[in-house]
Design a protein around this ligand. Sequence first.
Ligand code: CP
Ligand code: NVA
Length: 302
Amino acid sequence: MKHLISMSDLTQEEIIALLDVATDLKEKRAKGKVTDLLKNKSIGMIFEKSSTRTRVSFEVAMNDLGGHALYLNPRDMQLGRGETIGDTAKVLSRYLYCIVARVYSHDTVTELALHSDVPVINALSDREHPCQILADLMTIREYKNRLKGLKFAWVGDGNNVCNSAILGCTLVGMEVAVACPPGYEPYPEIVKHAKRLGGKVTVTNSPAEAAKNADILYTDVWVSMGDEDERDKRLTDLAPYQINTKLVNQAKHDVIVMHCLPAHRGEEISAEVMDGPHSVVFDQAENRLHSQKALLLKLMAC
Ligand code: CP
Ligand code: NVA
């Protein structure tokens, strides 16, 4: 039994195998072919925070595969009245084949995994968002026909999505350059871990330096869920880190621009770039569905 808590829970071979299955499932869905490998199986999805893509894509994934997904709001569960995470995990393991959890604190998802007898998937914590990066690697491969050797540039807040991107891109042999203001760096232990894996990872304060020769330019919101109190400061500090046409012009001519969404046009990305020819953001969103299907099949051993 295996969980997906961090992108580093996967090996390069496992990531590539997941992307291959996801691509196959995407083609099958386009042809209207159904596969009900998860028939009669239910998963539970605990969401402490809002979600559009993650919730809907997991729910549709389970439905397409013949299974069922339950949306669980912690405020409606006994968790909200003090039942422990450990007891909750043990009880849910008796009903469900997998637990998906979107949480504020990364410790909550690790605690769930510690006590669960079924696989636990991190659907975003303050530290990582591995499901997003699986879909993103699938999208990059669709556009570039390869992963190894590409330059991935992250511009903006070195947040949870950035942490998973550093690990995921390193695992598949990409170079990673992060540009962020002082104080907004990705987790140092994640950068260290990626370097230990043999990754070429640089962290700079210069968006132009990161964007130079980049095959991929990636950004995310400046105010993540949980950071709302710091909104004004963040908008000021991160203002020079917008992905706009000027920055796109510093990258390779065929650069793809990525964003995990939701986006705020005029903040981390200009409207012109978000809705322009380099943007692949809606392919990323679609690929959440296909890559999570592959992940569910792998973790539920089908
Ligand atoms: N990208 C992403 O995880 O979107 P949601 O917050 O809508 O799930
Ligand atoms: N970094 C963002 C990602 C949303 C999908 C957040 O944590 O809110």
